[in-house]
Design a protein around this ligand. Structure first.
Ligand code: BG6
Ligand code: MG
Length: 212
């Protein structure tokens, strides 16, 4: 029996995935590293330093830890500037309705984002009150596709993993949900999110009664 729904943030509840993309593209261009759609899909759901390492590997570039930290800081400063303008209007279609419906029907709601900017984005979107638990990315040792963040969220909420639905737009995120032994809803394209139990085009199609 389903008791909780655990959402990813970027690309699921709001379209910050595009801002992360813009930040990484800016760095890749600067380093003359080709940045295509496939690489961008690989980066979705992946923490900051691991993402940079994947981009550098694509360009066969080796840098010191200090230089890598500087690049991560640069990308983040760019991203932070972009998310400053976020308001409630930036919730993706269906997101608010899904949260309201889950709350009204007594389901627990969790947020499992590896983004260190997640709290600030949630505040700007004015949805903090909906969540029974928001994972602090700083407390997670192994990012997605490792299931740790989803398992930690379920534990904090006080439900078993098999009683949870996870919602994700990233290949790495779907893998994390499945490895956590949860039901996985993909938001996006079926041909990309092949491991998801079901794929919806957006949260507009999210219907908890049909799912349970
Ligand atoms: C994930 C995004 O939610 O957070 C990734 O899908 C991003 O694209 C990651 O790299 C880390 O975010 P941040 O804000 O900590 O750099
Ligand atoms: Mg995402």
């Amino acid at each position: 029996q389903i008791k909780a729904v655990i959402f990813d943030l970027d690309g699921v509840l709001t379209d910050t995935a595009i801002y992360h993309y813009m930040g990484w593209k800016m760095l890749a261009d600067k380093l003359n590293i080709p940045f295509d759609e496939a690489l961008n899909e690989e980066l979705k759901g992946i923490d900051r330093m691991t993402s940079l390492n994947k981009i550098l590997a694509r360009g066969n570039i080796d840098l010191s830890e200090d230089d890598k930290n500087l690049l991560c800081d640069e990308k983040n400063a760019y991203y932070v500037e972009l998310i400053k303008k976020i308001t409630e209007d930036d919730l993706l279609p269906g997101a608010k309705r899904a949260l309201i419906e889950l709350k009204n029907k007594g389901y627990k709601i969790g947020l499992a984002s590896v983004s260190k900017n997640a709290f600030s984005v949630v505040e700007s979107l004015n949805i903090a009150n909906f969540f029974d638990y928001i994972v602090d990315a700083r407390t997670i040792n192994r990012g997605k596709p490792n299931p740790e963040i989803f398992i930690a969220c379920a534990e904090a909420i006080g439900v078993k993993c098999h009683e949870c639905i996870g919602v994700e737009d990233a290949v790495a995120g779907i893998e994390a949900i499945k490895r956590a032994n949860m039901f996985a809803i993909g938001i996006g394209r079926r041909d990309i999110l092949i491991k998801a139990d079901i794929v919806l085009e957006s949260l507009k199609d999210f219907d908890i009664d049909k799912l349970t």
